[in-house]
Design a protein around this ligand. Structure first.
Ligand SMILES: *Cc1c(COP(=O)(O)O)cnc(C)c1O
Length: 226
């Protein structure tokens, strides 16, 4: 089976659903950015999406992105890549070279390492703060109780361009309350960007204010089990 042949059609369909959800919520569809999550899928699948005109991608591991994306970026300089998975401080330098946006800032040590790296790179680094809205012990993200203070320290940190907030609701829970909590938090801090919603729930996320939806399966097909 060649799932790649379906990628262009899937992109059209997901973009159509995004536009419809935005319109239904009285929002401008241009205010919702589709981050196509290509993790575990081969470089050829990303090329298929690029050929279809898509330019914004998400990966969750630095090593995998390093294997797939430098060659693609050479061919498509307007490609943009978001890191959507946990980042270890010893991989910060690589991450800053590979990614345009780090969506998963969630602890002081990482914040500080990124701020230091910004000085080294000679530019501000675009980041989002990941909030563990479900307070799941095994999941990354700053706990809601600590988020307000952490968000302010990220905003104040030199070298970080804080764009907004990101969350991954617990599997099997109604995501709407998590999206609403994140939206409320962003509003409180005057942050414009909200990265929330995946294949199963991006339409709900858009209704609740998502500016970035991270969609993998609905575009690239199923991933092999981890
Ligand atoms: C894998 C992943 C996605 C995409 O999930 P799908 O259900 O395949 O759309 C979105 N966000 C994060 C953080 C992910 O790790």
């Amino acid at each position: 089976m060649n799932e790649n042949s379906a990628i262009a059609a899937n992109l059209v369909e997901v973009e159509r659903l995004i536009a419809a959800s935005a319109a239904a919520a009285g929002r401008d569809p241009a205010g919702v950015t589709l981050v196509a999550v290509s993790k575990t899928h081969p470089q050829s699948a990303v090329r298929e999406a690029l050929a279809a005109g898509h330019r914004i991608f998400g990966e969750n591991r630095v090593q995998e992105a390093a294997e797939k994306f430098p060659a693609l970026r050479a061919d498509f300089p307007d490609l943009r890549l978001h890191l959507i998975g946990p980042l270890q401080t010893n991989k910060v330098r690589d991450a800053v070279q590979l990614f345009d946006v780090i969506e998963t800032v969630d602890r002081p040590r990482l914040r500080d390492a990124l701020a230091r790296e910004a000085v080294h790179a000679g530019r501000d680094i675009a980041v989002m703060v990941q909030v563990n809205t479900g307070e799941e012990p095994q999941k990354a993200g700053i706990l809601p109780a600590d988020a307000d203070a952490f968000i302010e320290t990220c905003r104040a940190a030199g070298g970080l361009a804080l764009r907004g907030l990101m969350c991954i609701p617990p599997v099997g829970e109604e995501p709407a309350m998590h999206f609403a909590l994140l939206a409320e938090m962003a509003k409180r801090h005057g942050l414009e960007q909200l990265s929330m919603g995946m294949s199963a729930d991006f339409e709900i996320a858009i209704r609740l204010g998502a500016t970035h939806v991270r969609v993998g399966t609905a575009i690239f097909g199923h991933r092999p089990p981890p």
